[in-house]
Write a protein that binds this ligand. Sequence first.
Ligand code: UDP
Length: 475
Amino acid sequence: DDAAPRAHALILPYPAQGHVIPLMELAHCLVDRGFAVTFVNTEHNHRRVVAASAGGGVQAPGSRTRLRLAGVADGMGDGEDRDNLVRLNAAMQDAIPPQLEPILDGDDGAGGEGLGKVTCVVVDVGMSWALDAVKRRGLPAAALWAASAAVLAVLLGAKKLIHDGVIDDDGAPLKLENNSFHLTESTPPMDATFLAWNFMGNHDAERMVFHYLTSMAQAAAVNANILLCNTFAELEPSIFSGESLATILPIGPLRTGQRYTSPEAVVGHFWQTNNDTCLTFLDEQPPGSVVYVSFGSLTVMSPEQLQELALGLEASGHPFLWVVRPGLTSKLPTSFMDPMVGQGKGRVVGWAPQEQVLAHPAVGCFVTHCGWNSTLEGIRNGVPMLCWPYFTDQFTNQTYICDIWQIGLKMVQTFGGEIVTKDIIIERLEELLLDEGAKERVKRLKELAEMNINGKGESMRNFNAFLEFIVRPVS
Ligand code: UDP
């Protein structure tokens, strides 16, 4: 770390957990390769990330002295609801650009002076409005899409979908046979009811999210010099080999924290992880026996559903590790308030070191909401999945998991919003745990994932090409 850094990258994630984690991993990858990185969260998330890493420092520990964490005001008031994405997206676009200027110059007075001027930028596709300032300065810029290439391709292809009569001008699905459409000739069928923006049950909000997402994807394709995606070619071959809508460079799977196991490592989590409880418990369980249950950082289950899931897990007889985020535990049955639930067979934790959990040999299956990071982490660790999607891209990911890769099962066949009963939960768990085919197929994808990020794998080659590019001045 003593030599001068190869380059100084500013990284700007979208302010959600499923974005901050993979972009933080990208930051570590850059530091590993001799870069200095200034990681710019919103002030709100910056405080959470710093508090959640036990070291508590703004400077990442150990060899990570070249990773500087910074925060910028997101333009929302202190008590305002940051889950209101429509409001947040508008506020950020006004508030953040002027705050980026001094950071790019390396004179923001927040301890970044030692790293000098920023020489290149990686923005989350969701923050592509920030590319204007970067372009004006002539800095090389990349944009990273933190979900699947299939979903990015849909956003980039929105005009075509409107033209083909799949959606209207505001993204609302039009009546189709079976609700099914193909983006291009080579891509698998997709369900038009569950496009990434159709989830809020509020047409105005859906329309605004549709326009925001499609314009951000477009801005990234036009204004970034490189469009990166956290996926790998063999996972979504139809997006990378068929007729393409833009050049998307797969560099995944990013490892999201598995190698940073020291308690003070900065992995970008918003909550502190219960490492000891999780890993000690897993160490005591037979190989392939544990049901790991996690619905990511945003989904909220109804209290009735939470109770039914609790009963199902308890009655299944399998050991289980269940993440119930801080703040949601009060909805659990009283017997589950004891962390040693189900006669000692289970554990409930507030936030798990998920990659480490999925990598543990005791884990036999993953009950997941199908967030893209969780999906990739399941694959990377060879764990079959029981899918329980809620919104955004999760239904598309479920289709890939269950129908295309066939490495998991659907918890429910249709989306009706009814309570999934304890008996269905038990039945599906048994079915998945006995599904040798799914286990084999997910192991094969795990090998392909490994191959991609090791040595001369394609994702690694793409990553190297991206590095070569961003260290060069743009002509
Ligand atoms: N995660 C974690 N501990 C938990 C639950 C989730 O570390 O207890 C991480 C998980 O590994 C993933 C991220 O949080 O990297 C969630 O992202 P995902 O895209 O799966 O879902 P989202 O939260 O965006 O819905």
